[in-house]
Design a protein around this ligand. Structure first.
Ligand SMILES: NC(=O)N[C@@H](CC(=O)O)C(=O)O
Ligand SMILES: [Zn+2]
Ligand SMILES: [Zn+2]
Length: 350
């Protein structure tokens, strides 16, 4: 039940622990949408070509900072795209120099621009062992890619077939299961308190698979991992509002132009940067858990990453439905913004 007396909420400035900023014109268009509300973000490395080395991450960070509008305060936390050829020495050096915060594991072929990802996990073991030693987290896109595994089962099968054995081999490695979509993943994180956390996206707290498929196909709700049935969405909401320190926000805001989304083989990804805080406040309000919003958006993530929470604050205020654009213009073409399908009453006012 919403708390009717609570119409204003001041929390530490949030961070986004999983974000796609892209490059070039798209970067320039979407970066302010995140930087307006968020202090930091873990920036995904799945560019074309991917950000693999420390030098590439440093160059990408420079491009992000160059694209940041004057007066905006935002720190990109860079990631390295793990390949079977990744050099453990380069990862150590990038971490020591403060260039790379985490390493990103994509099983080969799992999602957008993941062709250079990992096929043989033994090949990346020296990198994972080096990361465990220096306390550098591994961010994981947790889906198997086998064509014979049903797309709705790919996260659960990944936990059993890949993640459990991997964590057994390198138990000191800090792992973030990203954009979890299932009760299975929530249970696995809850049952394994050591060196394991999960990010949850804005949209997976709001949509289930009916939103994508019932009453006509909705390409703007298509993302990976694909949204599951309602029982899973409810498990995600419970995890997010619980205050459990191992669950925190990673929006996975993933802009694609409408051209790329609206075709016979459309891209996976939902763009939520612009209205994420309004969406989350609504979800937490409806769950009667607004007091837990700060833990999810601003405290649990820094704690897992070993970083201080932000000192600055934002204030959210409840009122008449908040207007937001259907799409934003980018130099590459329009990008449609996530529409939660209900009115948003909370806006960031300060
Ligand atoms: N989430 C998505 O559906 N897409 C992401 C890739 C990813 O995070 O898996 C993208 O880069 O577009
Ligand atoms: Zn992913
Ligand atoms: Zn992503």
């Amino acid at each position: 039940m919403p708390d009717k007396n609570l119409t204003s909420l001041t929390i530490r400035r949030p961070d986004d622990w999983h974000l796609h900023l892209r490059d070039g014109a798209m970067l320039r268009a979407v970066l302010p949408e995140t930087a307006r509300d968020f202090a930091r973000a873990i920036v995904m490395p799945n560019l074309v070509p991917p950000v693999v080395t420390g030098a590439q991450a440093a160059a990408y960070r420079d491009r992000i900072m160059a694209a940041l509008p004057e007066g905006m305060d935002f720190t990109p936390l860079m990631t390295l795209y793990l390949t079977e050829a990744t050099d453990p020495a380069d990862v150590r050096a990038a971490h020591a120099a403060g260039i790379a915060t985490a390493v990103k594991l994509y099983p080969a072929g799992a999602t957008t621009n993941s062709a250079s990802g990992v096929r043989d996990f033994e090949k990346v073991r020296p990198v994972l062992e080096a990361m465990a030693e220096i306390g550098m987290p591994l961010c994981v896109h947790g889906e198997v890619t086998n064509h014979d595994i049903d797309i709705f089962d790919r996260e659960a099968v990944f936990i059993d077939k890949i993640l459990k054995p991997l964590r057994k081999k390198v138990p000191d490695l800090k792992v973030v299961m990203e954009h979890v979509t299932t009760q299975d993943a929530v249970d696995y994180v809850r049952d394994n308190p050591k060196n394991l956390a999960a990010t949850i996206t804005t949209h997976h707290l709001i949509i289930n698979r009916n939103h994508i498929l019932a009453g006509g196909i909705k390409p703007h709700f298509y993302c990976l991992p694909v949204a599951k049935r309602e029982t899973h969405r409810i498990a995600l909401v419970q995890a997010a509002v619980s205050g459990d320190k191992r669950f925190f926000l990673g929006t996975d805001s993933a802009p694609h132009t409408d051209d790329a989304k609206l075709q016979s083989c459309g891209c996976a990804g939902i763009f939520t940067a612009t209205n994420t805080m309004s969406c989350l406040a609504e979800v937490f309000d409806v769950a009667g858990a607004l007091r837990k919003l700060e833990a999810f958006t601003s405290l649990n993530g820094p704690m897992f990453y070993g970083l201080p929470p932000n000192e600055a604050t934002i204030t959210l205020t409840k009122g008449d439905p908040v207007p937001y654009p259907d799409r934003i213009e980018t130099g590459d073409g329009p990008v449609t913004l996530f529409n939660p399908g209900f009115d948003l009453h909370w806006r960031v006012t300060g």
